[in-house]
Design a protein around this ligand. Structure first.
Ligand SMILES: [Ca+2]
Length: 115
């Protein structure tokens, strides 16, 4: 098995049926194949999503919430923070009113940052 042709001269392409999913690379072997999964996928055929959130494989900011998605994940800044989810900053820090005094306005309250 693993070969075809009268003299068994042709190796069967075990990747012909495209068994590797989600963009994985299929490597043909004698009587077998293996899949090189894209990032975010796992399993013998790369059909199992990696849960980056529960496995700690994400780069979400410490002030962000991680949401698992098929093949990837999303980061969303927590309430009170803004950014792209990978870097979240407090709302207060970008409402600088007086640099010399380090006086910030945080919502309707004023806040002195202690150096
Ligand atoms: Ca995922």
């Amino acid at each position: 098995m693993g070969y075809s042709g009268q003299l068994c001269e042709m190796e069967i392409d075990n990747c012909a049926s495209a068994p590797c999913k989600n963009g994985a690379v299929c490597i043909n072997k004698v009587n077998a194949y293996s899949c090189l999964c894209q990032k975010g996928w796992t399993g013998s055929n790369c059909t199992t999503d990696v849960d980056e959130c529960s496995q700690g494989l994400n780069n979400c900011d410490q002030h962000a919430m991680c949401t698992n998605t098929p093949g990837s994940y999303n980061c969303t800044c927590n309430s009170g923070y803004r950014g792209d989810g990978f870097t979240c900053t407090g709302k207060c820090t970008d409402q600088l009113l007086d640099l010399s005094m380090q006086l910030f306005k945080c919502n309707k309250y004023y806040l002195f940052l202690l150096a």
